[in-house]
Design a protein around this ligand. Structure first.
Ligand code: KG4
Ligand code: ZN
Length: 340
């Protein structure tokens, strides 16, 4: 059995997984309400909240699994990237526990946690991971496509500026929607109609043949359009809904534009599966579109369950299980805010 710990941002999460990847328990203490008054995550508050919640969650996770601390064989903990103060709480906590129990730690790259999350077991039924898959990690801090093989994760593109989730959040904040903005935009978009003539969000134009994402143009365009059309919570609801629908559409369109380019340049044979992950992968419109994209091309598309899209410890423990060789002495684990 492996214990997972995730504290890289604003969710304290602890999970218990069997060695075959079946999730026994996945507890999440969300801090969203504590950060909402500030319109985004306040690092100092995040660290203090993790300190308060981590150990009670560990105790509850073991109890809910019907296990005791002596059943823990290893601890997987997010060692980066993320907010350094927040990461340190999880890493120091894991070190203390592991040292006390005499078990090893697997330091997990948060991004790898997201990358493998579509292959977490559901209802006890195994989802075999293919030899190779294409992974889109789309979250509040990352927008990248990876070519993932058993022992090699190759980044094919990245964002030049803002991440897609960050763009959702910043524009949502500007128009008065609460944090996190992604689900709020999606909710309002459901009532609206996308109209690119009325709200002309720009697509990025790179002079080079870049595969990268760039969301700062859409962000700036959205803020300008919101100002011009007086789009805000408490204003014209119809306009707000149409604005959200068009904005969401523009963000997703860029994602598909880049996915197409990456896919066509991959060469043959191509990966047999495409998997999406990260908080933005919870977006219903995006999920439908990528599922249809897969059907058109005869590619299997893997969508993580929505509860495994946003940050959670089950995906960290699962990533830890993929790397048994990375188990190490607890004293050797280091938290890093950035990982090259
Ligand atoms: O993976 P995550 O929990 O944290 C990071 O590692 O960044 O992702 C959080 C991000 C936020 O930007 C949030 O607005 C976005 O995921 N998000 C969504 C949806 N649910 C969460 N974006 C669009 N549609 C959603 N339904
Ligand atoms: Zn994340």
């Amino acid at each position: 059995m492996i214990l997972g710990i995730e504290t890289s941002c604003d969710e304290t999460s602890v999970a218990v997984l069997d060695d075959d990847g079946a999730v026994r328990v996945n507890l999440i203490a969300s801090q969203i309400e504590r950060h909402q008054p500030f319109g985004g995550v306040v690092p100092e508050i995040a660290s203090r909240e993790h300190l308060q919640h981590l150990f009670p969650l560990v105790t509850k996770a073991l109890a809910d699994a019907g296990l005791s601390s002596s059943d823990v064989e290893a601890i997987a903990v997010t060692s980066g990237p993320g907010l350094i103060g927040a990461l340190l709480v999880g890493v120091a906590g894991a070190q203390g526990l592991a040292y006390g129990l005499g078990v090893p730690i697997v330091p997990v790259n948060h991004l790898e946690g997201h990358i493998f999350s579509p292959y977490l077991q559901k209802d006890g039924a195994a989802i075999p991971r293919p030899e190779r898959f294409l992974s889109l990690v789309i979250s509040g801090g990352h927008s990248s496509i990876y070519d993932v093989r058993v022992d090699d994760v190759k980044m094919l593109n990245r964002t030049r500026d803002d991440a897609i989730g960050e763009t959702f959040d910043k524009v949502a904040k500007f128009i008065g929607l609460p944090y996190p903005g992604g689900p709020q935009i999606e909710k309002h978009a459901r009532e609206g109609t996308a109209d690119r003539k009325r709200f002309p969000f720009p697509l990025p134009q790179f002079k080079d043949e870049s595969l990268d994402f760039s969301y700062s143009g859409i962000k700036a365009g959205a803020i300008r359009l919101a100002r011009e059309h007086d789009i805000r919570v408490g204003g014209d609801e119809r306009a707000l809904a149409d604005f959200c629908a068009t904005f969401q559409d523009a963000l997703i369109e860029q994602l598909f534009d880049r996915l197409e380019s990456v896919w066509s340049r991959l060469g043959e044979p191509k990966p047999s599966e495409v998997a999406i992950a990260g908080g933005v992968a919870a977006n219903g419109v995006l999920r439908e579109r990528i599922a249809a994209w897969g059907v058109e091309r005869g590619v299997i598309v893997r969508l993580p369950e929505k509860r495994y899209c946003t940050d959670n410890a089950a995906m960290i423990a699962f990533a830890g299980l993929q790397r048994p060789e990375a188990r190490t002495d607890p004293r050797r684990v280091v938290a890093r805010s950035r990982i090259a």
